[in-house]
Each structure stands twice: as structure tokens, then as C-alpha cells.
Write a protein that binds this ligand. Structure first.
Ligand code: SF4
Length: 63
């Protein structure tokens, strides 16, 4: 029996950025959490922004 593979989950999901959909408890982003965070994270614009430049965190940009 194959073990469940976690490679479909976003690597940022355990420590999401403040602007991540999963950091926002709003029904307006629920679809995006399901679509991106739990699956197609490589298509997520937030993922692309931080994957290219992980130091682009909003906390860094606020200086
Ligand atoms: S998929 Fe996007 S919104 Fe979700 S944790 Fe990853 S970077 Fe954040």
C-alpha cells in the first residue's frame, strides 16, 4: 500500500506568510486555500513571489 504523498501541499503551508490565503480567515479566500495551498501551489501568485524572493516578506518590506 502506498503512503499518502505530501508533495502536493505548499512548502510554506506550515509557516505561511501574513498575506497567504491560509493566514486569512475569510470565506472569500476559502476556495483559494483549497485550490492553491492544498494542491496547485506552484500556480499561486504568493508562492511565486516568495519562492523567487523569500526575503520579500511584508515584514521586511515594511522597513
Ligand atoms: S499556496 Fe500560496 S497562499 Fe498557500 S501557503 Fe503557499 S504561498 Fe501561501
Amino acid at each position: 500500500m502506498k503512503e499518502k504523498c505530501d508533495r502536493t501541499k505548499c512548502p510554506f503551508l506550515d509557516s505561511p506568510f501574513p498575506d497567504c490565503y491560509c493566514s486569512q480567515m475569510s470565506s472569500q479566500v476559502t476556495d483559494k486555500v483549497i485550490k492553491f495551498c492544498g494542491g496547485n501551489y506552484e500556480e499561486c501568485n504568493i508562492y511565486k513571489k516568495y519562492w523567487v524572493n523569500p526575503e520579500a516578506s511584508p515584514s521586511v518590506l515594511s522597513f
